[in-house]
Design a binder for this molecule. Structure first.
Ligand code: PMV
Length: 325
């Protein structure tokens, strides 16, 4: 009853921002993402009679808020498997969590895969994405391979994620620029609720279907320029909603803006680099792989950057054989 899983984080091209059903994490729009090869969570779960209570350690720490979300998720798995055993869980991220790098996506994807396997459940990928979604919406997208669509749906079974293309489909790089290592002040749960208070949120929802279609076409055509223009505009729109929520949410730090402007400059010089961002300060800069070396050189010229993490499109969550305990 001990299993380990590895799951990638993912970055959304078209964002999930605002929930139709906050209990089930049903999003207000279909959204699209790619898995990130160098942002990985590894999680081992063991259900056993020998544990009097759930014992959860994440990155060597036992933080009450994280533990209670994880225990809630274990409860869902126990209910499905009809078992009553407590679990030991050890989980490690290879990147700084809670800084807007979507550790909850990789975290809940890994917990779902390892937890369900450890509980003896045999589920389809589609079912696993719906369970991961209950832990954290974006976690559903970290389960299928490569380029992923989370279909909005209208209830638990119809809101699921699936792969559009495998990781090798498109030779692009996603460079995460760590602009700040501080824990972000406003978590995504609060952000999703706050979206409704922006006067522009309804306008956003009205054009989401078209945006999703346009991005899917750019992916199908491997049209990098159109793809870049859409993801950048979408990131700015997400942040416009955050900035105009009440109270306003300002995720950016000065380096965030520096990178945004650098992308514009680089494009003028002929280097096709486009940024996106989640609800945090860290830009993720996309380029075609042939341009990655030059882009990294340019980014390294900016002193205040804490770290660059270079990612390729990656496979989704899977079982691993090396346990953490
Ligand atoms: O899965 P959550 O509740 O942490 O929400 C993720 C929200 C964004 O990262 C801002 C956008 C997205 O689609 O990943």
């Amino acid at each position: 009853m001990k299993e380990t899983a590895k799951a990638p984080s993912n970055i959304a091209f078209i964002k999930y921002w605002g929930k139709k059903d906050p209990e089930l994490n049903i999003p207000n729009n279909t959204n699209l993402s790619v898995n990130m090869s160098n942002l990985i969570t590894t999680t081992t779960v063991e259900f056993s009679k020998s544990y009097p209570e759930d014992d959860i350690t994440i990155d060597g720490e036992k933080k009450p808020e994280e533990i209670s979300r994880a225990i809630k998720h274990l409860g869902r798995i126990r209910q499905l498997a009809q078992i009553d055993l407590k679990a030991k869980v050890v989980s490690n991220n290879n990147f700084p969590k809670a800084s807007g790098l979507a550790s909850s996506a990789s975290g809940f994807a890994a917990l779902t895969i390892a937890g369900c396997a450890a509980a003896g459940l045999k589920l389809s990928e589609k079912e696993l994405t719906t369970i991961a979604r209950l832990g954290s919406g974006s976690a559903s997208r970290s389960i299928p391979d490569g380029f992923v669509e989370w279909v909005q749906g209208h209830d638990h079974n119809s809101s699921y994620a699936h792969s559009l293309y495998p990781p090798i489909y498109w030779d692009v790089d996603a460079i995460v620029v760590l602009a700040s290592l501080d824990k972000k002040e406003v978590g995504s749960t609060e952000g999703h609720e706050a979206a409704y208070s922006s006067p522009f949120y309804k306008t956003r929802l009205d054009h989401m279907d078209n945006k999703v279609k346009a991005l899917k076409k750019a992916l199908a055509d491997k049209d990098f320029i159109t793809f870049g223009e859409i993801i950048e505009a979408e990131a700015l729109e997400l942040h416009s909603i955050a900035l105009t929520s009440k109270p306003p949410i300002i995720y950016w730090v000065p380096v965030t803006l520096t990178i945004m402007k650098l992308c514009q400059q680089l494009r003028q010089q002929g280097l096709a680099a486009y940024f996106t961002m989640d609800a945090g300060p860290q830009p993720v800069v996309f380029c075609q792989s042939r341009d990655a070396k030059n882009l990294v050189l340019e980014l390294k010229k900016i002193d205040s950057i804490k770290q660059l993490i270079i990612n390729k499109p990656a496979k989704g969550a899977r079982i691993a054989d090396k346990h953490l305990f």
